[in-house]
Design a protein around this ligand. Structure first.
Ligand SMILES: C[S@@+](CC[C@H](N)C(=O)[O-])C[C@H]1O[C@@H](n2cnc3c(N)ncnc32)[C@H](O)[C@@H]1O
Length: 181
């Protein structure tokens, strides 16, 4: 089990960024908030390399990167240790027979909620309207989380994925849920 007090120092506020892609969003957040520790998990090696390079260039001690599947990594985190989880523009897996691959699904939401502290937040952003509805429905099945649609936070970086969706006529939806018990 990973001890986040050892990794980042006691009492650190730690956010898990699942699927940070090319790393733009993570890098911007890390540069903007040195008091917020980030663990980024991504399967895509070039994105992992970008974040490591940025971290080395910036001398960051508040960012760690895991190259791999978030679902393999999550069990290594102790319960109730995260102050936030970000899932920004998850792969939508639109075809019915692929939907079981979605990261937002009941078993994963349960696992993520276990890892959030009370008061911690799960932030999902998507520009696929059906995925937003799917997220609302899925999270409704987790009684420890409360929340829903919020206006786009101005601090959330605009990544390539969001710009591309915008160019194709899609608008992002932000959903934020707080662990209440
Ligand atoms: C559409 S991209 C979004 C990237 C980034 N969050 C953004 O907003 O620009 C989704 C990313 O999630 C990653 N991903 C999907 N499932 C994952 C998993 N189980 N663990 C880690 N990364 C995952 C993919 O490799 C991909 O880079």
């Amino acid at each position: 089990m990973l001890d986040l007090d050892v990794v980042f120092g006691e009492g650190a506020s730690v956010v898990l960024d699942i699927g940070f892609g090319g790393g733009e969003g993570l890098i911007e957040m890390a540069a903007a908030r040195s008091d917020e520790c980030i663990i980024g998990v991504e399967v895509h090696t070039p994105g992992v390399a970008k974040v490591i390079e940025a971290g080395e260039a910036g001398g960051w001690r508040h960012v760690r990167v895991v190259e791999g599947d978030a679902l393999d990594f999550l069990p290594r985190l102790a319960p109730a240790t995260l102050s936030g989880v970000r899932i920004w523009f998850p792969d939508p897996w639109l075809k019915r027979k692929q939907q079981h691959r979605r990261i937002v699904r009941p078993d994963v939401v349960r696992l993520l909620t276990d890892r959030l502290r009370v008061g911690g937040t799960l932030h999902v952003a998507t520009d696929i309207a059906e995925y937003a509805t799917h997220t609302e429905r899925t999270v409704a099945g987790e009684p420890r989380l409360t929340g829903g649609l919020v206006p786009r936070p101005e601090w959330r970086p605009t990544t390539r994925f969001e710009r591309r969706g915008h160019a194709e006529g899609r608008t992002a939806t932000d959903l934020v849920y707080e662990r209440i018990v």
